[in-house]
Design a protein around this ligand. Sequence first.
Ligand SMILES: CC(C)(COP(=O)(O)OP(=O)(O)OC[C@H]1O[C@@H](n2cnc3c(N)ncnc32)[C@H](O)[C@@H]1OP(=O)(O)O)[C@@H](O)C(=O)NCCC(=O)NCCS
Length: 369
Amino acid sequence: MRTEEAFVPGLEGVIAAETAISLLDTEQEKIIIRGHDLIDLSKRKKYADVVYLLLEGSLPSDSEREALERKLKENYDVPKTVNDVLKLLPNDTHPMDGQRTSVSVLAGFDSTINDRSEAANKKRAYALLGKLPAITANSYRILTNQELVEPDHDLDYSANFLYMITGKKPTELEAEIFDRSLLLYSEHEMPNSTFTARVIASTQADMYGALPGAVSSLKGSLHGGANEAVMYMLQEANSVDKFEELLHKKLQRKEKIMGFGHRVYMKKMDPRALMMKESLEQLCDLKGDSLLLDMCEAGERVMAEEKGLYPNLDYYAAPVYWMLGIPIPLYTPIFFSSRTAGLCAHITEQHANNRLFRPRVKYTGKRDL
Ligand SMILES: CC(C)(COP(=O)(O)OP(=O)(O)OC[C@H]1O[C@@H](n2cnc3c(N)ncnc32)[C@H](O)[C@@H]1OP(=O)(O)O)[C@@H](O)C(=O)NCCC(=O)NCCS
């Protein structure tokens, strides 16, 4: 039994779970997803392949990927109640809260909710992933009084997701870049949201309970919320000089700069950020406008010189999403949608091999009053 001397604030470096899903391998500098290097996957595979890999344990054959795409499409429709509930929310509700509420609402529609077997959890995961493009896009549309967009079954999963958000059919390059962003966001070992989901699942709570916990965690600016915060900073500055000035001012005030730093790879650039930076370069070239890239590179220089800190994925995902025409309040909901693949794999794994999370405390209160 461990004693209070074992206390580690923020559980930094503590091994909290056994998993066969993923690892941030700091020695080999790789993000390993069920034996595969995530960055390598991002160069040759699609998000749907990684969804399959996360939930089934191996990469799909062509026919298995096609079957998965079909399964996701069969699940596109969302119960009317979800949209009815969203319509009751105040318009300034953040889509992340709309998304959390929608996932909760779905619980009542699952007649097998008490079945936590691996097969039932996987079926549920595919059903949720199928519904998330509509939930994500339409929660924003309802909250901003816009017409709902119906899914386009002729497009593949990611292209349809982007279409439902922007209301415009994406070009091949736009669809590819969006798909890559989903793949890069799909799984990342044990961030706060995954830990939260596993902690909740460890009470034998169902997926509809564990996932809203993860949405809440992800919304925080120290976690997924950073991608939105980055874009607001870039928007506020709107020029290279003003962006540098803004960062210097924030650093003087000892503020954290969103999009930089990471609990695990603090002194290196997040390899996923590098992939998104490439996508930003492609989009800037295509549109003949390099302002966002120039600003981001200037920010990188300031942070490396002043703090020895490097960008994480959120730093480059933000301007990429902006150039894809995605409204800023949807950046973190998109992160959650894609991460649902990894989260569902973790919840399934936790249910299959469970030990209730129940840590102890270092008590600093009074005694014997
Ligand atoms: C991700 C994050 C929470 C990890 O932080 P952590 O492991 O808790 O590290 P700490 O907050 O203890 O930071 C260690 C040092 O680096 C500094 N630091 C870390 N991230 C920083 C940032 N983004 N901007 C400025 N300084 C930062 C801290 O101020 C601290 O410096 P000090 O020792 O001089 O006080 C942190 O880097 C952060 O807040 N980043 C911005 C939010 C973000 O982009 N989140 C998405 C993560 S994927």
